[in-house]
Design a binder for this molecule. Structure first.
Ligand code: FE2
Length: 381
C-alpha cells in the first residue's frame, strides 16, 4: 500500500503489496438517500450545503413510481429519491428508517468482476451485473447487500458520456447557491448492532479485501456515561474508508444505541466530507443555517497542550467549534453537524486533513471532559 496507513489486525500489508487487489475501487460514485420529500431535501442540500443541481429522473423522464434528484459538489454526488406511489420497498424503507442512506455506490472499472469476486466470497447479491444504456453509451451496475438494508452498487461508467446514469436528464436550474468547498467523501461510517462490529469488519475484510486501519476500543473512547467501539476498514488504495461502530455498555444510552433505536437497525451514521479550507466551509455552512454539535469553550483551554502546534489561529476554530486531533502523521480539523433529519440518525462530518490519517478519536474523550468541566463550573456534575 502506498498510503502509509497502518495495518493493525490482518498483518496483510506485505502480502497486499505483492498480491493483486481482487476488488480495485476508484472511489465513491454516489450516495443515494431515500427521503420523504426529495424536492424539499434537494433545496436544503443546495441552499445549506452548496450542492449544485445536476441530474433528474421522474415523471417527466418516463419514471412512474419515483423521483430522483442528483446533486453535485466537486467529486460528491448525492441522489435524493422519493416514491410517487403508496406501496413498494422505498415506502417501507422510509416507514422503518425515516430519511436515510440506502445506496453507497462505488466506482469501479469492471462491475461484473466486482460482483463475481464479492459474491463468490460470500456477499449476498442485490443486483446482478446489469447493462443500462441510452444515446450517451452504457453503464454496467451490480450490487451486494451490506449491514442493515444498506447496499453497495458497483458502477462501471467508462463507456458512458451522459450526465449521470441512463434514464437521467441534465437538471438545469437558475438557482445556483455558491458551493462551500466540499470536495470528496473522506469516509462513511456504519452503525451496526450489539456485538456485530467484528461480523461486519470481517465482511469487509473477506468479501471486499479491505484491511483494518486503526483500532480503538471502548477503553479509548468511552466515558463514564457513553461508549462505543469502532473499527476502520479500508480498501487497497485507501480511497474507500468505512469505520464500523457498535454500541458499548455505558451508564447512559450511547449515541450508537440511540441511532439503532430510531433507525430500527444498522445503517449509515455519518458521511464525512473533505474540505481544504475548513474555516471557510464551516463559516459558510453556519451562515446558511447548518447546525453543528455544541463544543464547550473549555475544550479549547487544553487543546493545544494535547495536539501541539497547528498552522491555524485558534480563535476562528474556537468561534466555529472546530475540533482538532493529532496522530503520528500530522493533525486534522473536524466538526460534526447535528442530525439532518428529525430522527436522530444521519449526520455529516466536515474534515480537513493536515497529514493525519486517523479519525479524531482523541476528540471523543476531550469533548466529553470539557463538557464535564462546564458542568463542574455550573455545579451540576
Ligand atoms: Fe468520522
Amino acid at each position: 500500500m502506498s498510503t502509509g496507513l497502518k495495518n493493525v489486525e490482518y498483518g496483510l500489508e506485505k502480502i497486499f503489496e505483492g498480491a493483486e487487489d481482487f476488488l480495485p475501487l476508484n472511489g465513491t460514485d454516489y450516495i443515494e438517500l431515500y427521503v420523504g420529500n426529495a424536492k424539499q431535501a434537494a433545496h436544503y442540500y443546495r441552499t445549506a450545503f452548496g450542492f449544485q443541481a445536476h441530474a433528474y429522473a421522474g415523471l417527466e423522464t418516463g419514471i412512474k413510481d419515483r423521483v430522483s434528484y442528483v446533486l453535485k459538489q466537486d467529486k460528491i454526488r448525492l441522489v435524493l429519491t422519493t416514491p410517487l406511489t403508496k406501496d413498494g420497498f422505498i415506502n417501507e424503507h422510509l416507514n422503518k428508517h425515516g430519511d436515510g442512506v440506502r445506496v453507497v455506490a462505488i466506482w469501479v472499472d469492471d462491475a461484473t468482476k466486482a460482483w463475481e469476486e464479492t459474491t463468490s466470497r460470500g456477499a449476498k447479491s442485490f443486483m446482478e451485473p446489469t447493462k443500462e444504456e441510452d444515446s450517451n453509451g452504457h453503464v454496467v451496475r451490480s450490487g451486494i447487500h451490506t449491514y442493515g438494508e444498506t447496499v453497495h452498487i458497483f458502477v462501471e461508467r467508462k463507456n458512458y458520456k451522459g450526465v449521470f446514469l441512463p434514464g437521467f436528464e441534465k437538471w438545469e436550474s437558475s438557482y445556483q447557491p455558491e458551493p462551500v468547498g466540499l470536495k470528496y467523501v473522506d469516509h462513511m461510517v456504519g452503525n451496526v448492532g450489539w456485538n456485530e462490529m467484528n461480523v461486519w469488519s470481517e465482511f469487509y475484510g473477506k468479501v471486499m479485501g479491505f484491511t483494518q486501519l486503526v483500532s480503538f476500543d471502548d477503553k479509548d473512547i468511552s466515558t463514564d456515561f457513553t461508549a462505543l467501539m469502532s473499527k476502520v476498514m479500508t480498501n487497497g488504495n485507501g480511497r474507500i474508508k468505512f469505520p464500523i461502530n457498535e454500541p458499548a455498555e455505558g451508564k447512559k444510552k450511547s449515541q450508537v444505541e440511540e441511532y439503532l433505536d430510531f433507525y430500527n437497525g444498522p445503517g449509515v451514521q455519518h458521511i464525512a466530507i473533505a474540505t481544504d479550507n475548513i474555516i471557510h466551509t464551516v463559516t459558510e455552512l453556519q451562515k446558511r443555517g447548518v447546525d453543528f454539535l455544541y463544543v464547550p469553550s473549555t475544550y479549547y483551554d487544553e487543546v493545544l497542550d494535547r495536539v501541539g502546534e497547528i498552522d491555524e489561529d485558534l480563535a476562528p476554530l474556537k468561534e466555529l467549534g472546530i475540533l482538532i486531533d493529532r496522530d503520528d502523521e500530522g493533525y486534522l480539523l473536524q466538526i460534526f453537524t447535528k442530525p439532518v433529519s428529525d430522527r436522530p440518525t444521519l449526520f455529516f462530518e466536515i474534515i480537513q486533513r493536515k497529514g493525519a490519517q486517523s479519525f479524531g478519536k482523541g476528540n471523543f474523550k476531550a469533548l466529553f471532559e470539557s463538557i464535564e468541566r462546564e458542568q463542574e463550573r455550573r455545579g451540576t456534575l
